[in-house]
Write a protein that binds this ligand. Structure first.
Ligand SMILES: [Zn+2]
Length: 147
């Protein structure tokens, strides 16, 4: 019989994961996924769900260029407005340089556009919950709860 976490054939022990009895190998247990620890990970989930990450939208170059042109600003003028070099701006507009979050927020204010999006960990976790957790998922969750 194969381990339900990593899929390897091994001597298995039974653990309860999210109300489901799973057969887990000793290797997975050595990663700390005992019944008690799995339950502790589950209890930490609401905290994980609140974590979010800011990223720059994929089409940032087009957004900046279009908004700048709509405002009738020359690259030089916009660069001056956000206190950056014109060369940086042209690299951003040609998608050669992804702005930092700080720079992106300056562009957002100057051009009245949205360049930063929030990626919520919740979405990923919820998706993973619909299928049995893999060993990779378990390790990720465990690392995060150590913070
Ligand atoms: Zn295993």
């Amino acid at each position: 019989m194969n381990c339900e976490l990593c899929g390897r054939p091994a001597n298995l022990e039974r653990f309860e994961i999210e109300g489901t009895i799973m057969n887990v190998c000793s290797n997975c247990q050595s990663h700390g996924k005992t019944k008690a620890q799995v339950e502790r990970v589950e209890r930490h989930k609401p905290i994980l769900r609140e974590e979010s990450r800011q990223t720059i939208v994929e089409n940032y170059s087009k957004l900046v260029k279009t908004a700048r042109e709509q405002k009738g600003l020359k690259p030089k003028e916009l660069a001056k407005q956000i206190a950056e070099k014109e060369s940086i701006l042209s690299q951003i507009e040609s998608a050669k340089f992804k702005p930092s979050l700080k720079l992106a927020s300056k562009l957002e204010r100057a051009l009245n556009i949205k360049l930063v999006e929030i990626v919520n960990t919740e979405v990923e976790l919820e998706k993973k919950d619909s299928k049995p957790l893999t060993i990779g998922d378990m390790i990720t969750i465990k690392k995060r709860t150590r913070k």
